[in-house]
Ligand binder design. Structure first.
Ligand code: IMP
Length: 199
């Protein structure tokens, strides 16, 4: 089955393509499908935003479309930056500026527990959808380590591995990440709804 990946984030596309191709899904980028959409993420949950993105691309292409909405939730900040992770601190900041701001906002806070969350949604032209959520718990480091991954990876410490997410190889990250867990759940849901058949 051909599925269009709604994301425009190149690093997310690489991660999702690696995992989805193992499911026998032929993954097309938006460019492959001849569209270039960046729907406004007006939802207040990961579930709402992933559906908004997948539905817009499905409607524009007539093909099933998959979107991921993800972010970092920090307990001491009431779950922030959450669905606003990509926009934390406003438009002027890049990934480094965002995690620097987060570390500053965490100064003096003893509880540094946090989690990455990913919700994957696939919208089909017949109006059905498959959705799954994955979470990866961690601890906010005091400073950055590693240069792999993207986003908040340099400050996301995994105590069980003694490394930040940015110190993992792509293969290691794809085994434990929130996105990998969401995709694993997604595969189970997909097979339940589609009986494992190619459509
Ligand atoms: P969105 O899903 O495109 O709205 O953006 C999610 C944002 O959450 C990204 O821009 C990153 O800042 C952050 N994020 C999501 N997944 C990861 C990850 O695997 N590593 C680091 N940051 C992530």
């Amino acid at each position: 089955m051909k599925v269009v990946l709604a994301s425009q984030n190149k690093k997310k596309i690489v991660e999702m393509r690696a995992i989805l191709s193992q499911m026998g899904v032929e993954v097309l980028s938006q460019a492959d499908a001849g569209v270039n959409l960046e729907p406004e993420e007006t939802g207040t949950t990961f579930e709402e935003n992933s559906r908004i993105k997948a539905k817009a691309v499905m409607e524009a292409t007539g093909l099933p479309a998959i979107a991921d909405d993800s972010g970092l939730m920090v307990d001491a900040l009431g779950g922030e930056p959450g669905v606003y992770s990509a926009r934390y601190g406003g438009e002027g900041l890049d990934d480094t500026g965002r995690w620097q701001l987060l570390l500053k906002n965490m100064e003096g806070k003893a509880d540094r527990t946090c989690k990455f969350v990913s919700v994957i949604c696939c919208c089909f032209p017949d109006g059905t959808e498959v959705m799954a959520r994955g979470e990866c718990p961690g601890i906010l480091a005091q400073g950055p380590s590693g240069d792999g991954g993207f986003g908040y990876d340099p400050i996301f410490y995994l105590p069980q591995l003694g490394k930040t997410m940015a110190q993992l190889t792509p293969e290691e990250k794809n085994k434990i990440s929130h996105r990998a867990k969401a995709l694993a759940g997604f595969q189970i849901e997909w097979e339940k709804q589609h009986n494992g058949t190619d459509q």
